[in-house]
Design a protein around this ligand. Structure first.
Ligand SMILES: [Zn+2]
Length: 72
Protein backbone atom coordinates (compact mmCIF):
# COMPACT_ATOMS: atom_id res chain seq x y z
CA UNK A 1 0.00 0.00 0.00
CA UNK A 2 1.18 3.45 -0.87
CA UNK A 3 1.53 6.01 1.88
CA UNK A 4 0.64 8.80 -0.49
CA UNK A 5 -2.74 10.45 -0.49
CA UNK A 6 -4.52 12.87 -2.78
CA UNK A 7 -7.40 15.25 -2.20
CA UNK A 8 -9.93 15.76 -4.96
CA UNK A 9 -11.82 19.01 -5.09
CA UNK A 10 -14.89 19.58 -7.27
CA UNK A 11 -15.95 23.19 -7.07
CA UNK A 12 -18.93 22.79 -9.35
CA UNK A 13 -20.54 20.22 -7.07
CA UNK A 14 -19.01 21.64 -3.88
CA UNK A 15 -17.58 18.32 -2.84
CA UNK A 16 -14.45 16.28 -2.83
CA UNK A 17 -12.68 13.29 -1.40
CA UNK A 18 -9.52 11.97 0.16
CA UNK A 19 -7.99 9.01 -1.71
CA UNK A 20 -5.03 6.73 -1.60
CA UNK A 21 -2.75 7.32 -4.57
CA UNK A 22 -3.40 3.84 -6.00
CA UNK A 23 -7.19 4.10 -5.73
CA UNK A 24 -8.82 3.53 -9.10
CA UNK A 25 -10.72 6.78 -8.69
CA UNK A 26 -7.54 8.66 -7.94
CA UNK A 27 -5.04 6.99 -10.27
CA UNK A 28 -2.12 8.84 -8.71
CA UNK A 29 -3.76 12.22 -9.08
CA UNK A 30 -4.86 11.75 -12.66
CA UNK A 31 -8.41 10.86 -11.70
CA UNK A 32 -11.00 9.14 -13.83
CA UNK A 33 -12.56 10.62 -16.88
CA UNK A 34 -16.19 10.52 -15.82
CA UNK A 35 -15.71 13.01 -13.05
CA UNK A 36 -12.55 14.88 -13.81
CA UNK A 37 -12.07 16.69 -17.06
CA UNK A 38 -10.12 19.45 -15.39
CA UNK A 39 -13.00 21.88 -15.77
CA UNK A 40 -14.92 20.96 -12.65
CA UNK A 41 -12.25 20.03 -10.23
CA UNK A 42 -8.65 19.53 -9.31
CA UNK A 43 -6.42 16.97 -7.64
CA UNK A 44 -4.20 18.15 -4.82
CA UNK A 45 -1.22 16.17 -3.69
CA UNK A 46 0.48 13.90 -3.10
CA UNK A 47 0.42 14.37 0.65
CA UNK A 48 0.95 12.25 3.71
CA UNK A 49 -2.25 11.27 5.54
CA UNK A 50 -2.23 14.12 8.05
CA UNK A 51 -1.51 16.75 5.42
CA UNK A 52 -4.28 15.36 3.21
CA UNK A 53 -6.77 15.80 6.06
CA UNK A 54 -5.60 19.32 6.69
CA UNK A 55 -5.82 20.16 3.01
CA UNK A 56 -9.30 18.65 2.72
CA UNK A 57 -10.50 20.77 5.62
CA UNK A 58 -8.93 23.90 4.21
CA UNK A 59 -10.81 23.50 0.92
CA UNK A 60 -14.04 23.97 2.89
CA UNK A 61 -16.27 21.92 0.56
CA UNK A 62 -19.57 20.83 2.05
CA UNK A 63 -19.40 17.39 0.41
CA UNK A 64 -15.82 16.52 1.35
CA UNK A 65 -15.45 12.91 2.51
CA UNK A 66 -13.08 10.00 2.68
CA UNK A 67 -13.33 7.63 -0.28
CA UNK A 68 -15.44 4.57 0.51
CA UNK A 69 -13.51 2.45 -1.99
CA UNK A 70 -9.90 2.94 -0.91
CA UNK A 71 -10.65 3.89 2.70
CA UNK A 72 -7.74 6.30 3.24
ZN1 LIG B 1 -10.46 6.31 -3.36
Amino acid sequence: MSSEFYVYENWRRDRGGIHRAECRYCNFGKGFQAEDGGKNGKWHGPYDRDTASTKANSLNRSGMKECSVCKP
